[in-house]
Structures are given as structure tokens and as C-alpha cells.
Design a protein around this ligand. Structure first.
Ligand code: AMP
Length: 214
């Protein structure tokens, strides 16, 4: 059982690599972004409360995301957890350490997915995902199939995120540098940080992550 964090700015490819690890290693992906979008889609009180914050590209409170993660960790995962988009602040990192310790679990690795800022805008602004299975597409590099059906599951439900626009992305990047990038030093000091070049092909990044874990 391996528990890891994928750390990197929006558009670094965390979600894509997390999906790959789920399929190949039987790990469980815990994406706080996905959980928050689900809460919005369900129309829950919490979902309504965070909608504007997410649309602007700011971070929601530590309390909310730590609560979401606590519930999921309690459910357990035989193959281990992939934390995707969490933790994003030092407070969240401390809370994750405590939650794992309470469950008798440990963090095996923190993988930094390093990418140039200049690549992020292009990656984010052409992005779509399949509403059926979560497969990630991109207008330039991996367009939605011409027959209108997801190549993975056949769904015709193309989803674009409301916060995948240039204005929100600027705020999301600011939030990353101000609040999340200090986690690189935090985990480096604990001897847990490994870095991969996130600008390579999806397959090459996956191979580097596999090498880091094995
Ligand atoms: P993501 O899908 O990871 O890009 O997250 C989308 C948005 O959800 C972020 O821009 C934040 O507004 C919010 N969010 C997701 N995860 C967190 C987190 N760990 N802490 C605070 N806000 C989060």
C-alpha cells in the first residue's frame, strides 16, 4: 500500500496521472477539486457556499477540505491513496499528517510535477473532460473524437470547467505560489519530496512517477 501526494500548479497534469495510477495500481484518487465540484452539482449547502470562491480561482477554507478528506480516509483504500490537489496550504499538510497518523497510515512520497508557467495557460484553456468517465481531452493535443463519443466510455457528455479561463487561472496560479508552493520546502525538509518533469509526454511522466514509487 502506497500513499502519495501529487503536487503542482493547476494544469500540471495531476488529475491525468492520478487516473493512470488508479487504473494501473489500484490506488484511490482523492481529489478535493472533484469533491467540491460534486458538492456543487448536488446542490448541497456547502456546494452553494463555495461556488463563488471556486469560480474566482481562490482557495476554499482549510476546514471544508480537511473535513472532506477526513471522511474519505476513514473509508480506507487497499491500494493506497493519491492525494490530488490536497494539501494546498501548510495547515492542510499538518492536518493530513495527523489524519494519516490517526489511521495508522504513512505518507510514502510527495511527487512534484514541475512545469513552466507559460505552458499552463495553453493547457488549461483548451481543456475538457468526459462527464461519463473523467477522461481528459484537450482542443489542441487530444481533441474530443469527431464522432462526438468519448473514446474511453462512449459518453457524449463533454464537460468544461467554469474556472478554466484566463482570469481565474491567474488567481489560481497566485494562490499556488502564495499558499501551496511552500509545501515543496515542507516536504523536502521531511525527505519526502521527489520531482518529475511534467512537461514530458503523459507516458514519460507516468514512467518517471512509477520509477519514483518503485
Ligand atoms: P482543482 O480541481 O484541484 O483545480 O480545484 C478546483 C478549485 O477547488 C480550486 O481552485 C479551489 O477553489 C478549490 N480547491 C480544491 N482543492 C482545494 C484545497 N485543497 N484547498 C482549498 N481549495 C481547494
Amino acid at each position: 500500500m502506497t500513499n502519495i501526494i501529487l503536487l503542482g500548479p493547476p494544469g500540471a497534469g495531476k488529475g491525468t496521472q492520478a487516473r493512470h495510477l488508479v487504473e494501473n495500481r489500484g490506488m484511490v484518487q482523492l481529489s478535493t477539486g472533484d469533491m467540491l465540484r460534486e458538492a456543487q452539482a448536488n446542490g448541497s449547502e456547502m456546494g452553494k457556499k463555495v461556488a463563488d470562491v471556486i469560480a474566482r480561482g481562490e482557495l476554499v477554507t482549510d476546514e471544508i477540505v480537511i473535513g472532506l478528506i477526513r471522511e474519505k480516509i476513514a473509508e480506507g483504500a487497499e491500494g493506497g491513496f493519491i492525494f490530488d490537489g490536497f494539501p494546498r496550504t501548510l495547515g492542510q499538510a499538518d492536518a493530513l499528517g495527523d489524519l494519516l497518523a490517526e489511521m495508522g497510515l504513512k505518507l510514502d512520497a510527495v511527487i512534484e510535477m514541475a512545469v513552466d508557467d507559460s505552458a499552463l495557460v495553453a493547457r488549461i484553456t483548451g481543456r475538457s473532460t468526459c462527464g461519463g468517465c473523467g477522461e481528459v481531452y484537450h482542443d489542441q493535443t487530444k481533441p474530443w473524437p469527431a464522432d462526438g463519443k468519448c473514446s474511453n466510455c462512449g459518453s457524449t457528455d463533454v464537460k468544461r470547467r467554469a474556472d478554466d479561463n484566463e482570469d481565474s487561472l491567474k488567481t489560481r496560479l497566485m494562490e499556488y505560489y502564495k499558499k501551496t508552493s511552500p509545501l515543496l520546502g515542507y516536504y523536502y525538509a521531511k525527505g519526502q519530496l521527489q520531482s518529475v518533469d511534467g512537461l514530458q509526454s503523459m507516458e514519460a511522466v507516468a514512467a518517471d512517477i512509477a520509477a519514483a514509487l518503485d
